[in-house]
Design a protein. Structure first.
Length: 170
């Protein structure tokens, strides 16, 4: 059902916002958090576009801002730490008084999803499939899973690719 791939992700500097939320709170908080980190990134040269990130393998699509949402657990099970990140130019580190951090370079296993596949039951299956694939390949999970957004999720049609579910591995 899912085509799982691997990629090398370079170090990134991200503007970030974190909160502990459950699934209902996540649905309400996430769009606002993305907008806030994007506004903070605007003062630092803007959110890095997908065309600048060759590792996303989206050269045939228009460049759009990239957002990374990192989950320290499953919000369906109750409140968990969630971090919304907007990648910016590495040279901007310390250039403003906004929350930012470096995400280390890493390798990740991922699956690309369409808008239709992001319904809760399918989305959970995608996370499970990638995690299971990691084990069958003799690899280990190295960090919390994430969703890598590279298009306007809300404007996407059901068949449009909207984000990747990714797990850093070693």
């Amino acid at each position: 059902m899912f085509e799982i791939k691997m990629r090398e992700v370079p170090e990134q500097l991200v503007v970030t916002e974190q909160r502990s939320v459950d699934q209902a709170q996540l649905v309400e908080w996430l769009p606002g958090a993305m907008a806030r980190v994007a506004r903070s990134a605007d003062g630092l040269g803007g959110v890095t576009g997908s065309s600048s990130m060759s590792w996303l393998l989206r050269s045939d699509h228009p460049s759009e801002p990239v957002f990374i949402v990192i989950y320290e657990g499953n919000p369906n099970d109750g409140p968990v730490g969630v971090e919304v990140c907007a990648p910016i130019d590495l040279a901007r580190e310390g250039a403003a008084d906004v929350a930012m951090r470096r995400v280390p370079a890493h390798r990740e296993a991922y699956v690309r999803l369409t808008r239709a596949q992001t319904e809760p039951a399918t989305l959970g299956s995608a996370y499970g499939a990638v995690e299971q694939w990691i084990g069958t390949q003799g690899l280990e999970v190295a960090a919390a899973p994430r969703e890598v957004y590279y298009t306007d999720y809300f404007a996407a049609a059901p068949a449009d690719e909207v984000f990747d579910v990714a797990w850093p591995i070693r």
